[in-house]
Ligand binder design. Structure first.
Ligand code: NDP
Length: 245
C-alpha cells in the first residue's frame, strides 16, 4: 500500500516528542528505516525500543540542531548505519511565545537558532549526501504561523515564515532529483507550549489548544508527501483542526 515509503531512510530531528515522535512511529510502521535525533536521548531510547519491538528498523543519536557539526555527524551516522538518506524531516522547534514588549531577547534568539538555523543545518548536512546518491527529499516543519501572525507570536511566526521561504527557495533551485515539502500544521497536541516562560501566556495557550488535533494527523501528511512517486513533489501541506477559524 505504501511502496513509496518501504525501505526509505528517513532522518527525523526533534523525534523525542509530539509530531516528530508520532511521525517516526507512523513511518516505521509503514516500513521506513528511521533515524531519530533530539537532546533527550532517554526518550529516543524508549521510542526506538518500542519501534524495534514491533519489527521496525530504527537508530537514534543525541542531536542539537543549533550545532552544525552535530547535525552533520547525525546525518552521516544515518548514512553509514542504513547506507543512504532518502528523506530529512527538519522538525525540531521551540515556541516560547511572548509579546515583543516583554523583551525576551534570549528566547527570540533561541527560536531563531532552533527553528531557522536548525533547518538550515539540516539542509547543509543532508544536501551533499542526497546529491551524491542522486535523489532525496527535504521536508521542513513550518506552521500555520508561516501564513498568519498573531499577538505574542511575532518572532515564532517570523521563524516559520523563514522556514517557508527557505523551503520554497530550495524547491525552486532544486533539480529534478530533489523533492522539497513544507508542512504547515495548525494547533496540534504536543509539548510545544511547555517552552512558554510567561505564566499567563502558557495558560492562554492551554485554553487555545483545547481544539488541537493529534500529532498522528501531521504524521499522515508527512507520509503522504514521502509516498508519492519520484516525479511528484508535494510542495506544501496545511493541516489544521476543523474547528479552527
Ligand atoms: P514538541 O515540543 O513536542 O517537540 C519539539 C521537538 O523538538 C522535541 O523532540 C525536542 O526534543 C526538539 N528540539 C527542541 N530543541 C532542539 C534542539 N536544539 N536540537 C534538537 N532537537 C530539539 O513540539 P511539536 O511536536 O509540536 O513540534 C514539532 C515541530 O512542529 C516544531 O517545529 C513546531 O514549531 C511545529 N509545529 C507545531 C505545532 C503544534 O501546534 N504543536 C503547530 C505548527 C508547527 P529535545 O527537547 O529532546 O531536544
Amino acid at each position: 500500500q505504501f511502496p513509496g515509503i518501504e525501505g526509505k531512510v528517513v532522518v527525523i530531528t526533534g523525534a523525542s516528542s509530539g509530531i516528530g515522535e508520532a511521525t517516526a512511529r507512523h513511518l516505521a510502521s509503514l516500513g521506513a528505516r528511521v533515524m531519530l535525533g533530539a537532546r533527550r536521548t532517554e526518550r529516543l531510547e524508549q521510542l526506538a525500543a518500542e519501534i524495534r519491538a514491533v519489527g521496525g528498523a530504527v537508530h537514534f543519536a543525541r542531536l542539537d540542531v543549533t550545532d552544525l557539526e552535530d547535525v552533520r555527524r547525525f546525518v552521516a551516522l544515518a548514512n553509514t548505519t542504513f547506507g543512504r538518506v532518502d528523506v530529512i524531516l527538519n522538525n525540531a522547534g521551540v515556541m516560547p511565545l511572548s509579546k515583543l514588549e516583554a523583551l525576551k531577547v534570549d528566547e527570540w534568539n533561541r527560536m531563531i537558532d532552533v527553528n531557522i538555523r536548525g533547518v538550515l543545518h539540516g539542509i547543509a548536512a543532508a544536501l551533499p549526501v542526497m546529491q551524491a546518491q542522486g535523489s532525496g527529499q527535504v521536508i521542513n516543519m513550518a506552521s500555520i504561523g508561516a501564513h498568519a501572525v498573531s499577538p505574542t507570536a511575532a518572532v515564532y511566526c517570523a521563524t516559520k515564515y523563514a522556514v517557508w521561504a527557505i523551503s520554497e527557495g530550495l524547491r525552486q533551485e532544486a533539480g529534478p532529483n530533489l523533492r522539497v515539502t513544507v508542512i504547515c500544521p495548525g494547533v496540534t497536541e504536543s509539548e510545544l507550549a511547555d517552552s512558554i516562560s510567561d505564566e499567563q501566556g502558557r495558560a492562554e495557550m492551554k485554553e487555545f489548544r483545547r481544539i488541537a488535533i493529534g500529532p498522528d494527523a501531521i504524521a499522515r501528511a508527512v507520509a503522504y508527501a514521502i509516498a508519492q512517486p519520484a516525479d511528484v513533489d508535494v510542495s506544501e501541506i496545511i493541516v489544521r483542526p476543523t474547528a479552527s477559524i
